[in-house]
Design a binder for this molecule. Sequence first.
Ligand SMILES: Cc1ncc(COP(=O)(O)O)c(C=O)c1O
Length: 466
Amino acid sequence: MTQPKLMKGSVPSILDTIGDTPIVKLNHVTEGIESEIYVKVEYLNPAGSMKDRVGLNIINDAEKRGMLGPGGTIIEATSGNTGAGLAMVAAIRGYKCIFVMPDKMSAEKVDALRAYGAKVVICPTAVEPSDPRSYYSVARRLVEETPGAYYANQYHNPANPEAHFLSTGPEIFEQTQGDFDVFVSGMGTGGTLSGSGRYLKEKMPNLTIVGVDPIGSLYYEYVKTGRMTKAFSYYVEGIGEDFLPSTMNLDILDDVVQVDDKECFMMTRDLVRKEGIFCGGSCGAAVMGAIKYAKQLKEPRRILVLLPDNAQKYLSKIFNDDWMRSNGFMDEEDATGTVAHILTGKPRQVLTIQRDATIRNAIGMMKEHGISQIPVLDESGRHCGLVSEIDLLNYLVENPKSVESSIADLVEGNYATVTPHTRIQLLRNIFNDAKVVLVIENDELKGLLTKIDLIDFIADQPLSKG
Ligand SMILES: Cc1ncc(COP(=O)(O)O)c(C=O)c1O
């Protein structure tokens, strides 16, 4: 029997509407910036994000490799968009889906996945990844116990970046014919950045690729210094990591920009209110990152920013004034101030030491200035880590004759990085995880803070009245 011809103006299934998302110029949030900023509106994909491309490619790839067949079950540890993409494709192809999520996720996200017919298993957030109740452990156990299970594993599945290499990258090139200079994307699994970035760089060798990373994630410091530093919690969803997923290819990155929760959320609200673009928090992050990058350019450039998902899932958070206020994101001026305020009370010059200095030099400096850690600079004058008194001590106890050896092997990454604009309220949380904080702006080391600096600063504040 011949298939009836498709009605004019229709497509065979919703999957045929994935992609072909528009690119739109920003006109208001970019006021005062010479560069032009354009956004690729990925929330117009049918399940609401660029992860529709990933869901489709992961399932196509698993079917092709014989890993997923009729009656099969797709399992993923996901907090949202990838789940929605997978669930949409699974609904059409008749697969079952089980998503394992941490309990901090919003009810809207859980309900959206259940709406597609997926089963959602909620696990406690406050347990170690190795705990059998953690969502990683539960996902792994379900994969072992479920016949015909396929673990989508977006953090280590090459089909994730490949989705963007095969779809987002070529689409952007076709739409623009390469008529832009800089590509900006948030950094989560790295699928978007690595996949689209690789395709675009092959076509446009002069393209600059810029990643955007939230303060609290480890990518920024890893790109700048090669060190894995302390990750700490932040609110913006979908970007930033506390480990390095194998789907992230940092080699194609030209630069990385840090953004904090407050600026991400204020920009997200502005994108909706001033540009009419109904987008989510990581979109505000990406645009904020692009604007920061544009501000330090010597001459105007055309910048294309990828916007991952829509505002719907964040209505009870970013777009809710009470939530914003109770988390300190709405105050005009944070009552307790920013990191810059703490730095003004400290000596201007930050003490640093060269990487090729000796252990004796470092001990001498610590003694002279009464400090117990010193930021280390590499040959080009860039900060590349920290040496601390305790590491020097431990090393010398084991190697008593080595005071003349270089400190290079003792440089460590046990610190967190912030900018001068980071709010003091956030700093309090950071010190729950990190011992030392380096303040960095435009690659320049502006200061080093310890808990006692914060305590001194808060103690010196005049008591508020009433
Ligand atoms: C809302 C949102 N933004 C950004 C990202 C980051 O994209 P990628 O994982 O491709 O790096 C994700 C990833 O899940 C996301 O859900």
